[in-house]
Design a protein around this ligand. Structure first.
Ligand code: BES
Ligand code: ZN
Ligand code: ZN
Length: 498
């Protein structure tokens, strides 16, 4: 069960929770005010820890003290120098201390938010981020564990302490933050679901279930319908697998006849590379190649839950990139839904092919903007490492909106150029366009420049989450495994869309 978050108020010495978390800045390490009152009713455990230099409030330092009065434990958290404290650090340190408390077998804690206050403090964002970093930092995927379940440590509840006057407003913020965090959790769950189960039809059925529960319209195109429509690129990618491809269209209507925003998600349920098979080290974790589609499903769900005043359409391009006698090959020429012919050079660049058909299919809805999300390239790792994703597009205003959403969500992106010069890379001798070039140069840009062929003047942005969808290790609210990256960013984009 995910950790339940609530807001509470009251004097510290009256708080009922197994553990009270108090943060200190290194350069303001004093026991005073509320904390002093609390400490004197707890045998001055905090004051003594500071006096004996057991706790110095250095950045990331934490100490759990056994006090056994109203609360059983006090967790002291060091934040380092006050002027260096940021919202990013807040998220990271709150996640880390939550994990530490859970690891010591404690099942509930209360966070004294006031103690994190500094000049950058904005109550609303700290509250929202507290909820998100606790829930997501403590995320675990246990569905396939059958042994020793009783040994797995869980956190039942986290309470965030706020002023009495702020209680009602804070509860609202926490409710929305919990809905956002839940969308990320469900995305992580679905991405973790192994590829022998989560085949294209499974994801399509899952999306249909979500639609039923949330008044979304759901249309599923199977391979026969896609054949009639002429989606030659998506079909070719899915051809090698027994698990046939699907395209899913989820529609949320929250604002009459207004033009929709469209989110397109790459949904490769497993990427073997196809005939250009991936080496073993690059193939494990390739169940995460469906991460974008999984994210879009849950973003659509939140649109309905929050009754956003927008029209939003989610398009999922679902296929398994498998190897068999029916697989597509290098040198094939495919006819895309748009009519453009595509020369194949490497079957491992399958993402841009399924997106090509999904993007040009999206144009029939006359959208005001399209954002596609895709685990498109390994080159995104080379370009930016593992924590910020490339964004590219044909409309700087849209990119600015995405940047603003990124700032709010703390999911980092970086704008890359879409210069015409990159077109040289994908000129084909025999078809309209080649889908990938031979070199390893400018991989992120070449992927995006290919996609651009399948868009008209509609404002469009492409977010390449090839480097952020999967985490090799824990970092703040990110836990090892699927991250759910892009969900919070997209939710911020839609919630604040103007
Ligand atoms: N799904 C991969 C991209 C990827 C690779 C995501 C590693 C995360 C980690 C994509 O389909 C792919 O294989 N891309 C190729 C493209 C190349 C053949 C032009 C890549 O990046 O190597
Ligand atoms: Zn691939
Ligand atoms: Zn892929």
């Amino acid at each position: 069960m995910p950790t339940k978050i609530e807001v509470i108020s009251g004097n510290l010495e009256e708080i009922k929770s197994q553990c009270l978390v108090i943060a200190f800045f290194e350069d303001k390490l004093k026991v005073e005010g509320e904390i002093a009152k609390f400490d004197s009713s707890n045998g001055n455990a905090i004051g003594n820890a500071i006096k004996n230099k057991d706790f110095k409030a250095e950045d990331s330092e934490s100490k759990i003290l056994y006090v056994n009065t109203k609360v059983k434990y006090v967790a002291l958290l060091g934040l380092g120098k006050e002027e260096k404290f940021t919202l990013d650090k807040f998220v990271d340190r709150v996640s880390a201390v939550s994990k530490k408390i859970r690891a010591s077998g404690i099942r509930s804690f209360a966070l004294y938010l006031e103690s994190f206050k500094n000049k950058n403090y904005e109550q609303k964002s700290y509250l929202e981020k507290a909820a998100i970093s606790i829930i997501l930092g403590l995320y675990q995927f246990l569905k396939f564990k059958t042994k020793d379940l009783d040994k797995i440590k869980v956190m039942d509840k986290a309470s965030i302490i706020v002023n009495k006057n702020d209680l009602a407003q804070s509860a609202k913020i926490i409710t929305q933050a919990s809905i956002f965090a839940e969308a990320v959790e469900k995305t992580r769950d679905l991405v973790s679901t192994p590829p022998n189960i989560a085949v294209p039809s499974y994801i399509a059925d899952y999306a249909e279930e979500v639609a039923k529960k949330n008044t979304l319209k759901c249309t599923i195109l199977d391979e026969k319908q896609m054949e009639k429509l002429g989606m030659g690129c998506l079909l070719a990618v899915g051809m090698g697998s027994e698990n046939k491809p699907r395209m899913v269209i989820l529609e949320y209507n929250g604002n009459g006849n207004e033009k929709p925003l469209i989110l397109v998600g790459k949904g490769i349920t497993f990427d073997t590379g196809g005939v250009n098979v991936k080496p073993p080290a690059y193939m494990t974790t390739m169940k995460d190649d469906k991460a974008s589609a999984c994210g879009v499903i849950h973003v659509m769900e939140v649109c309905a839950k929050l009754k956003l005043k927008l029209n939003v359409i989610g398009v999922l391009a679902l296929a398994e990139n498998m190897i068999s006698g029916k697989s597509y090959r290098p040198d094939d020429v495919l006819k895309s839904y748009s009519g453009i012919t595509v020369e194949i050079t490497n079957t491992d660049a399958e993402g841009r092919l399924v997106l090509a058909d999904a993007l040009s299919y999206s144009l029939r809805y006359k959208p005001k903007a399209i954002v596609d999300i895709a685990t498109l390239t390994g080159a995104s790792i080379i370009a930016l490492g593992y924590f910020a994703s490339p964004v590219l597009g044909n409309d700087q205003k849209l990119i600015e909106k995405i940047k603003a959403a990124s700032d709010k969500s703390l999911e980092k992106i970086w704008n890359f150029p879409l210069w015409e010069e990159y077109e040289e890379n994908i000129k084909s001798d025999i078809a309209d366009v080649k889908h990938v070039h031979d070199g390893i140069d400018a991989g992120v840009m070449v992927g995006a420049i290919f996609l651009k062929h399948f868009i008209n003047e509609t404002p469009w942005a492409h977010i390449d989450i090839g480097n952020t969808a999967w985490a090799k290790q824990d970092r703040g609210w990110i836990v090892k495994g699927p991250t759910g990256f892009s969900v919070l960013l997209l939710l911020n984009l839609l919630r604040d869309w103007k």
